[in-house]
Write a protein that binds this ligand. Structure first.
Ligand SMILES: [Zn+2]
Ligand SMILES: [Zn+2]
Length: 204
């Protein structure tokens, strides 16, 4: 009897209460989502930092004097599709600070909760904007200086590609243009129609 009591005592409470594993996981998930809602409710820091960027063809350009401290990557399936990639890397500008300095993006309403902006001429994905969020999450790859904005959070992890964590360990091949006689790379450079990584007076 004593042995039985000791054994009972040492069992975790969720087991003593007759909880099974899936009930426990449901509870953990619901606590996580409460925690997420709490964090989402907190005001995000805004940094005074000038950013600019745009699409590949240069028809759409943007500029902001402020960005949120929310640089992140999102693995959700909708972001994967919207950017045609394994994840979306995003950083937000306040809507009232963001200026479209050339052209304007086209928008796809991807759900009742948000929309996705892109250049309709060249297809570059430019942003995700949540309804009533007051901010526009710009694609970090479309910034003129993407290296300056380092993501510090992962979201949408339910759809993270299983081999994502192994990507940095795969073999480094050569830099662009190192193959063959360089003719191919020279031709790309000579005929490059991509807008440069800074504002221009006119393009092309
Ligand atoms: Zn474009
Ligand atoms: Zn997402």
């Amino acid at each position: 009897m004593w042995l039985f009591s000791a054994w009972t005592w040492h069992r975790p409470r969720w087991k003593r209460d007759g909880w099974n594993q899936s009930k426990l996981h449901r509870r953990i998930r619901s606590l996580n989502s409460i925690d997420r809602r709490f964090r989402r409710g907190k005001p995000m820091k805004i940094r005074e930092e000038t950013i600019s960027g745009g699409c590949q063809c240069g028809a759409v350009r943007y500029h902001s004097e402020k960005i949120f401290d929310n640089a992140h990557i999102c693995h959700c399936r909708m972001c994967q599709k919207a950017v045609g990639n394994l994840f979306a890397a995003l950083v937000a500008a306040p809507n009232d600070a963001l200026q479209w300095t050339r052209g304007s993006p086209d928008v796809f309403q991807s759900s009742d909760q948000g929309e996705r902006g892109f250049c309709s001429l060249c297809g570059t994905p430019l942003f995700y904007r949540g309804k009533n969020s007051g901010r526009t999450n710009l694609t970090i790859g479309s910034l003129d200086n993407p290296q300056r904005v380092e993501p510090h959070r992962q979201e949408g992890v339910e759809s993270r590609i299983p081999w994502f964590s192994r990507l940095t360990a795969i073999t480094d091949e050569a830099a662009t243009g190192a193959d063959g006689d360089g003719e191919w790379a020279r031709s790309i450079t000579a005929t490059n129609r991509q807008h440069p990584d800074h504002d221009t007076d006119g393009w092309p």
